[in-house]
Design a protein around this ligand. Structure first.
Ligand code: GAL
Length: 668
């Protein structure tokens, strides 16, 4: 069952208020509270002088009220005294400028002094509270990579670490020169100690140099986190450990899968309205207005599926938008019903907890314009009422969940069940296409979302799988693109048992970011049965055309020029080039699809795969989970739920009001 939680900052409020806050939380149906993740200067105001009394009392009060606590380690906010002692902790931007104190995430995660300081504060906190009866789990730090801060920094410590990492990876400098192609432009190195970070240069740095920087910084996030994981495992046995990740573009700056491997639960921050305003570059102004008060119907859903994969089956929403946020270009209020509906969508994807950010709007500092479940004066804001409704509805659903533990190796988690479609989300693909976009609108996240969105509007439930993992058991596997191929990836793709869709640029590179000698798709040739030696990107307005089932579609942005070997041509452009090829069960789409084409084609392929497709009207969505089918209406008009004949309604009504849902027992 999905439960409701909240993010709470007792240090922002007078002590006299805490007991009332806790009582109000319980009354509202909240069972989880996250605290402490930015409280370092309150816990250790001076080096080595700890102030525990306030947190002792706050935890006591929350515990007495029966609330379960997630304690954040405060390492996203090193205090002023620490920075003054060790200014080298501060991050350095690509131009070598040190960023200042006075906000958050002001640290360089490669800095060894900082790692030691983190170990110290976390040891102190974990020693004191690690076995507190109300403490159920930990959150390490907060949002690696957010604000473009701690993950990509350019301090000397990072450069030194990068050199060491390269030495381990390549062993000899000749091997590195070979892998990076340094003979080009006379970039040859004689020694690892000559290598700099790929910071600004006159022209661009070598693509493989930049790709390795992404790989290295991903490993640095893992290593930084591991210090705290080890402390917490030692001092706080039996408690889960989580990290709270970000949504959208900042989230592709490091590979999340290995970071997820060391923890027990992946959590993420869902701010659907802020995201609809700030991210998704392809959204038109009209679409931004349509989604301004609801969020895009697939944006949170996609992240739920992604973070379920990062958490190997276990995920939470650690921060759920409760009303207007403060940080987007514009910050509208959610449509009535959405604060509840977002929680229900998370439940439909298997979230263990939906925790709202934040309990009460704070009158001061950076986020004074950010809504809470309560207003500043402690009275209920609309989000509070909706969170309460969500808690009640989730309890109703829990009574009808079948709760079967379908063992599932694919996501290495005994609790998760297998969805109908698998999609592979690949951080390396995001980096490679950002480093070498070739066409300025070849954006990985957008291509992924295009497929996700269209599959979901066909009523399909999706699992996201990390690259290189087993794909057997799914009727349909969709990989929007996987430019970089290595042995593990080839093996995994060959494990797809049914229909496999591969998108443009798949197999374009070997692990060194070089074009395979025989052309793309390199080691995937046997699987795909085509060769690609040429490709092009197209500016808006430049198109290639194909007629599919009597409808003409224009393709923009990108085409691979496929030369079929063993593969057949399934769809041809009007200029005679292959648009889609098929080799056995492997379909290869050579071009960036127009959204309406993607939808028509995916509908056919999903039917061929024998899936229970349901073409959904407008902003209606469907998701199956745990014996239930959820129909969620993100639109402003009532919609009749396309319920299967004879299915019992457990929540809602046959006609779904705007921004509401209906849930039925899954007859399947
Ligand atoms: C999150 C962050 C929170 C708060 C929130 C505001 O990204 O984790 O601390 O800043 O955004 O929406």
């Amino acid at each position: 069952m999905t439960q409701i939680g909240v993010c709470y900052y007792p240090e922002h409020w007078p002590r006299e208020r805490w007991a009332q806050d806790a009582a109000q939380m319980v009354q509202l149906g909240i069972t989880w509270v996250r605290i402490g993740e930015f409280a370092w200067s309150c816990l250790e105001p001076e080096p080595g002088r700890y102030e525990w009394a306030w947190l002792d009392e706050a935890m006591e009060i929350l515990a007495k009220a029966g609330l379960k606590i997630v304690l954040g380690t405060p390492t996203a906010t090193p205090p002023k005294w620490l920075i003054d002692r060790h200014p080298d902790i501060l991050p350095v931007d690509p131009y070598g400028r040190r960023l200042g104190f006075g906000s958050r995430r002001h640290y360089c995660l490669s800095n060894q002094t900082y790692r030691q300081a983190c170990a110290q504060i976390v040891t102190a906190i974990a020693t004191r509270y690690g076995e507190h009866p109300a403490l159920a789990g930990w959150q390490i730090d907060n949002e690696y990579g957010c604000h473009g801060g701690a993950d990509h920094t350019y301090a000397p410590a990072v450069r030194d670490g990068f050199r060491r990492w390269l030495k381990v990876r390549y062993q000899t400098i000749d091997a590195l020169n070979q892998a990076w192609g340094t003979v080009f432009w006379s970039m040859t190195y004689n020694d690892f100690d000559q290598i700099d970070l790929p910071a600004p240069t006159v022209a661009e740095t070598a693509p493989a140099h930049r790709l390795d920087f992404y790989r290295f910084t991903s490993q640095e996030v893992v290593d930084f986190q591991k210090v705290q994981v080890d402390v917490l495992r030692t001092h706080s046995p039996g408690r889960f450990i989580s990290h709270n990740f970000m949504g959208f573009s900042p989230s592709v700056r490091f590979d999340h899968y290995p970071v997820g491997k060391d923890i027990d639960v992946a959590t993420w921050d869902s701010y659907p309205l802020g995201f609809a305003e700030m991210w998704l570059d392809e959204l038109s102004d009209e679409a931004r207005i349509e989604y301004a008060r609801t969020g895009h119907p697939d944006a949170a859903a996609m992240h739920h599926d992604l973070y379920r994969a990062v958490g190997r089956g276990r995920f939470w929403i650690m921060e759920q938008q409760p009303g207007p946020v403060n940080w987007a270009r514009w910050n509208p209020a959610p449509a009535p019903g959405m604060v509840r509906l977002w929680a229900m969508e998370a439940a439909a994807h298997g979230a263990e907890v939906v925790s709202y950010f934040r309990w009460r709007q704070v009158p001061f500092a950076q986020e004074h314009m950010h809504a809470g479940l309560l207003y500043r004066d402690g009275t209920r804001a609309p989000g509070g009422d909706e969170a309460q409704q969500a808690a009640r509805d989730l309890a109703i659903l829990a009574a009808h969940e079948t709760n079967h533990d379908r063992a599932d190796d694919r996501v290495k988690n005994a609790r998760a069940e297998v969805a109908e479609v698998a999609m592979v989300f690949d951080y390396q693909a995001a980096w490679v296409t950002a480093i070498a976009p070739h066409g300025q609108d070849f954006r990985y996240f957008e291509l992924f979302f295009l497929f996700y969105n269209n599959l979901r509007s066909l009523g399909l439930s999706i699992d996201i799988i990390p690259p290189g993992e087993d794909l057997s058991g799914y009727a349909l596997v969709v990989i929007p693109t996987m430019p970089l191929i290595d042995e593990a990836r080839v093996r995994a793709l060959s494990s797809a048992e049914h229909i496999l869709i591969l998108g443009p640029r798949t197999g374009a590179y070997d692990p060194n970011f070089s074009i395979p000698t025989n052309g793309a798709p390199g080691a995937l040739y046997d699987l795909m049965g085509v060769r690609v030696r040429r490709c092009e990107s197209m500016r808006p307005g430049l198109t290639r055309r194909a007629v599919y089932q009597n409808t003409t579609y224009d393709f923009h942005r990108w085409t691979d020029f496929a030369e079929p070997g063993a593969a057949d041509i399934e769809l041809i452009f009007t200029d005679g080039r292959p648009a889609i090829t098929r080799h056995k069960q492997c379909l290869y789409l050579t071009a960036w699809p127009a959204p309406d084409f993607a939808r028509a084609w995916l509908l056919d392929v999903a039917r061929q795969a024998g899936l229970d497709v349901q073409v959904l009207a407008g902003s209606l969505r469907r998701r199956r989970r745990n014996g239930l089918i959820y129909y969620l209406n993100y639109g402003a008009q009532p919609v009749k739920a396309p319920i299967p004949a004879g299915a019992d309604i457990v929540l809602g009504a046959p006609t779904i009001p705007p921004h509401d849902l209906t849930v039925v027992k899954d007859p399947a």
